[in-house]
Design a protein around this ligand. Sequence first.
Ligand code: GRF
Length: 196
Amino acid sequence: MRRLKLAILISGRGSNMEALLKAIAADLDFPATPVLVASNKPDAPGLEIADAADVPTVALDHRDYGKDRAAFEKELDDELRRSGTEIIALAGFMRVLTPWFVSRWEGRMINIHPSLLPKYKGLDTHQRALDAGDSEAGCTVHWVNSGVDDGEIIAQARVPILRGDTEDTLAARTLIAEHMLFPEALKIACAKILKR
Ligand code: GRF
């Protein structure tokens, strides 16, 4: 069975990355195998989780490149090519990617976002859902295009907003849904790529 070589890009905690690694380890038929975890922050706790799971890691500190976004992305792209990456999962990767990078990976890059897109693109999704008086929130996995949180939706999961919820309680409930949704959406994305 063919497995796509997967790179996961992170910037911090890495709990979604960990959920992907665990789902892959638990399923012999998972259509992806991790070849690289990359972070734009050298101190991202997720890097240690990946290390412990024996997945190669690389840290490229975006601050070393100053305002030269293109140089940072060129280096990242080189690392991805060297690892043989065939599909990229953005898992809490907090850098907006340029059209150059996106065009190189379009159709092979997915992202998880903590809202029911197209609602609440960008940051502070949970507070914005609370402020709007919404009765439900959720998360979305989508293909990445050159817009921010804008590409075609692969899968979504809904969670209720409960009386007394704060940004933190809603984020925690949504995160549990993210960890279940992301591996399933990755499988769907892999199947689509493998069918091409
Ligand atoms: C998640 O809520 C994800 O949806 C968002 O950033 C957060 C990352 O959390 N894009 P983690 O690093 O996966 O724990």
